[in-house]
Design a binder for this molecule. Structure first.
Ligand code: IPE
Ligand code: IPE
Ligand code: MG
Length: 249
């Protein structure tokens, strides 16, 4: 069975200034569900359909990396039923979509402390990464059991081990060495960070990598964040002046 073409609404984006890496805090599933008279799990299921659309749209728009926050290291604090439901949904969704991801040439990565996830989910993620590892279109990076501070801790442990083994001198530790020990070395930092559902916080997402990301917060809840909303975010991004600390006339 062939794959259908992705339709992108008409837009006036500058193709030369499409962000290379877009990161998204997919928030507001619960509020969206409540507003529509459903339980939270219905909101998460809708969120899955939104994510599918956004991954294919991001690829069609020429974005090279898309990192999405799917489950934070703090989300274990939710009721056990919701956590279990999310784990089940992720396993189901990846299994349901992997053939199409492969057919479209999309590279899948999963970052976070994966060894704490249910074994079946670890297996599904490992298979998805293995099957798509050589692909060079968009990299779709799912942050699961991900915490920005945990990522820094894990990187520091690697650096310390290299110092201990004599491979690295303390004087030679620099930002690049730390970046090289993050979960996705070689992936550029996000140019654009989107948060849906209006909260003005990072919630422990990509603390190291977002040092100079442009931030876009929309009131729209994640289940309603469709391709037209992604285009609006990129339009806004294209109006920004990125100074990186320098003077830009
Ligand atoms: C985001 O939606 C999905 C996850 C964190 C897994 P929420 O579930 O946080 O929705 P709200 O913020 O309660 O509306
Ligand atoms: C951030 O959303 C995590 C994900 C989107 C996966 P939360 O809903 O967990 O964030 P807080 O609790 O409002 O900061
Ligand atoms: Mg939330």
């Amino acid at each position: 069975m062939g794959i259908s073409e992705v339709t992108i609404p008409e837009h006036d984006l500058d193709p030369a200034r499409i962000p290379t890496h877009v990161a998204i805090i997919m928030d507001g599933n619960g509020r969206w569900a409540r507003a529509h008279g459903h339980d939270r799990s219905f909101g998460h299921a809708q969120g899955y359909h939104t994510l599918k659309e956004i991954v294919f749209a991001a690829d069609a728009l020429g974005i090279k990396c898309l990192t999405v926050y799917g489950f934070s290291s703090e989300n274990w604090r939710r009721p056990q039923e919701e956590v279990g439901g999310l784990m089940g949904l992720m396993a189901y969704a990846m299994q349901a979509e992997i053939d199409e991801l492969v057919e479209r040439g999309i590279r899948v990565r999963v970052s976070g402390r994966l060894d704490a996830l249910p074994k079946d989910l670890q297996q599904v993620f490992a298979d998805a990464m293995r099957r798509t590892d050589s692909f060079t279109r968009i990299t779709f990076n799912l942050a699961i059991n991900y915490g920005g501070r945990a990522e820094v801790v894990d990187a520091v442990k690697q650096v310390a081990a290299r110092v201990k083994s004599g491979e690295l001198n303390i004087e030679d530790i620099d930002e690049q060495q730390i970046s090289d020990c993050m979960y996705n070395p070689g992936m550029p930092d996000p140019d654009l960070l989107i948060r849906t559902a209006g909260e003005m916080r990072l919630s422990n997402f990509l603390l190291w990598e977002t040092a100079y990301s442009e931030i876009y917060v929309t009131q729209v809840c994640w289940p309603d964040f469709r391709t037209d909303q992604l285009i609006l975010a990129i339009q806004d991004y294209q109006k920004r002046v990125r100074r990186f600390g320098a003077v830009v006339e």
